[in-house]
Structure formats: C-alpha cells, structure tokens
Design a protein around this ligand. Sequence first.
Ligand SMILES: Cc1cc2nc3c(=O)[nH]c(=O)nc-3n(C[C@H](O)[C@H](O)[C@H](O)COP(=O)(O)OP(=O)(O)OC[C@H]3O[C@@H](n4cnc5c(N)ncnc54)[C@H](O)[C@@H]3O)c2cc1C
Length: 393
Amino acid sequence: MDFDFNPEQEDFVAEVERFLDEHEDPEVMDVTRENMAQIVDTPPRRAFMRELGDRGWLGMTWPKEYGGSEGEGVYEYLLNEALARRGAPQIGKGVGIIGKTLIRHGSEKLKREFLPKILRNEVEFAVGYSEPNAGSDAASMQLKATEADGGWVLNGQKTWTTSAHFAEWYWVGARTDPDAPKHQGISLFLVPLDHPGLTINPIWTMGDERTNDVFFDDVFVPDDYMVGERGRGFQYISEALDLERFTMFTYSPIQQRLELLCEYVATAERDGKPLREDAVVRQQIAQLVTRCETARVLGLRFVAESMKGGAAPTCEASEYKLFATELSKRLANASMDIAGPGSQLRVGTKDAPMQGRAESTYRYTVIDTIGGGTSEVQKNIIARRKLGLPKNF
Ligand SMILES: Cc1cc2nc3c(=O)[nH]c(=O)nc-3n(C[C@H](O)[C@H](O)[C@H](O)COP(=O)(O)OP(=O)(O)OC[C@H]3O[C@@H](n4cnc5c(N)ncnc54)[C@H](O)[C@@H]3O)c2cc1C
C-alpha cells in the first residue's frame, strides 16, 4: 500500500502553500484559535475565501454542472489540511457539508440558489440539529413544523447552534410528522437567519468561542425551502454528519501540536536534566507519534472510501473522528503533564512553554469530542454498523 502523494498532488500542495505565504495575515490566519479558527467570521476572512473560490479551489469535487471541477477528493483534503495547518478558514460547512448534501438531495431550485453562492463564498450557514432534549439522540428533536398555506410554521428551540450569530442561512431539522416513527417524522429546512421570528442568544464555551441558543416563534418557511422529501430529513442529517465528522476535524493541527511538544521536549530541562532523557517522557512521545500516524492514515482511508462515490462512508467518518479527537485531548493532556505548571500560561504570555498552545489546546480540544456527535456516539455507530452489535438506543 502506498501512502505517499503523487507528484501532481505534491505540486498542488506547493501551490497552496505559496498562495498561503502570499496571503499571510494574522487577521485571516490564527493557529491559536485551534480548530475553532475555521468558524470565525470577519470581512478579511470572507475575502480570503472568495479568493480561494476565484482560483477554483472551492467545490473541487462538485459536478461541473454546479460549478465544480469534478476533481478527486484527495485534492480537497490536501487543500483543507493546508488551510487548517495555518489556522485559516476552511472549506467547512458550505462546500464540505451543505453543498454536498444539496447536490445529492436538494431540489433544482435550491441547488441553483445556493450552490453558486457557496462557491463564491457569499453565504455562511449554521447547522441546527441539537435541542435541549435531543443531542446524542438527534432523532428525538421536537422543533415543531406545522403545515400552513404554502409552507410550514416552525416553533420551538434549538441549542448549541454555532455560527448562528453571523451566518445568513440556517440548515435546520424539524418534526413535520409527530405521529410517524421518530426517525421518519423529521424534515430538513433552509431558513434565513435574519427572520424576525428567530431569537439568537449566546452560549460562551470554555474554548473562548461563541455558540448559541436559537428560539423559533412562528417562523414561516415556504414549501420550496424544504430540503429533499418530507420525512427524510434524518437521513439527510445523518449523511451531513458523516461529512462533518471528517471535514470539520482536520488532522494537521494535531500534527502541529505534536511538533510543538517534541520541540519542547528536545530543548527543555527539568531539575537540571534534559527532558529528552526522561524515560517516561520518551515513552509518552513515542506513543503519541504512533497514534498521530494512525489518525493520519484513518483520515486517508476516509478520503479513499469517499472517492468511490455516493454518500460519505459512515464508519470511516466515525472511526476517524473518534480516534483523532480523542488523540487531540490525549496530546493536550500530555503537553500539560510534561511541561508542568508553566503549561497553564496562555497564548501571548512571554516564555509560555509551547507558545501557550498547551493551555489553549487543553481547553479547546474537549469541544471536538462532543460537537458533531460525542465519542460514545461514534463508538455506538462503529459497534452497530461495523461490528453488527445490537442497538442500545
Ligand atoms: C462547542 C459546541 C458546538 C456545537 N455546535 C453545534 C451545532 O452547530 N449544531 C448542532 O446541532 N449541535 C452542535 N453542538 C451540539 C453537539 O452535537 C451535542 O452537544 C452532542 O451531540 C451531545 O449532545 P448533548 O450535549 O445533548 O449531550 P447528551 O446527548 O445528553 O450526552 C451526555 C453524555 O451521555 C453520553 N451518551 C448519550 N447517549 C449515549 C448512548 N446511547 N450511549 C453511550 N453514551 C451516551 C454522551 O456521549 C455524553 O457523554 C455543539 C456542541 C458543542 C459543545
């Protein structure tokens, strides 16, 4: 098996790196915001993404009829990883999740309206599945959609909706058929986030970024803003989640944090002795390096499976997300342990070990094992779908 990239792929990476060097700007790229960097919204970041769009780098895997170039998924992967390595905005929700799901299931009207805007980066989305009583079990969502003349009226609450305070459109699941079995009574809608019936309140995370509660008060949505068929929303949401579990949890920041830790261990001393000579530390580093390689290859396996076409591969997405995000936490814990009390110094503090990244990753990486489905949920998916074990909920 060959895990290396071919010369064309290497050339593409070099081209992307050159582009990133030319556009180096702390307003646009900030590795210290860790994985949340991809969802920060500012005019320079939108402009940067538009430039990516102008170069034809957004929607590289999309069909030509919708403005894509029908390229191999590996190029999109290489681009996204390069962006993540610099703390730049990534292809994220628009291109990677909502665009791809619309291409598979959206009406021609929704495709014509949204896909060109996504490719020009003229639109940001928020994703609304979770509710106060429906997180891991998203199929229990209760946001009520009542049929009205020419559309639907939505009432209820979503929670943890990241990006709702700046995005233009809301990709949201609601219960259209309360008497149907729970997985079959949900439909998916696109709702403008400036609708007067929506109230958006902040929830601040321990990772310094904002997510939101969203309240719906008689929010009318026309029929043609229902995505796909009535009652099939949960199927579309599951497909979109498979995409999210890979696209939003990039590998290169993990590799970068490992390099920071290795650099620290190579040069720092504890009690007058070089850390690199400490047998326990050496063992920890060896384990982390091995796990990082495993995470990288699990990511490549997702890419390889995706390139066969059809929906994103469910088990590969869950295996990658579970392994990579738990590894992120493990790496953050190890960085805190190895660097001792100084590792609690924040980014921007003079002389903070690992430039303060141990502290920021310690707080931020917890989120990654929850958002997009918790680690336990990923284990349940692998147990059921891959190992054929019985369902537990
Ligand atoms: C920072 C952040 C951003 C988020 N952004 C979004 C967003 O943009 N859009 C959105 O829709 N959601 C978002 N979420 C919500 C996220 O998807 C949910 O928090 C997650 O799915 C877990 O749901 P819950 O919080 O209700 O926890 P619960 O489902 O109540 O779970 C509590 C605990 O029980 C465990 N558990 C639950 N069921 C099982 C089971 N069957 N087997 C074993 N263990 C189980 C869980 O793993 C967890 O440890 C975000 C969350 C966070 C923290």
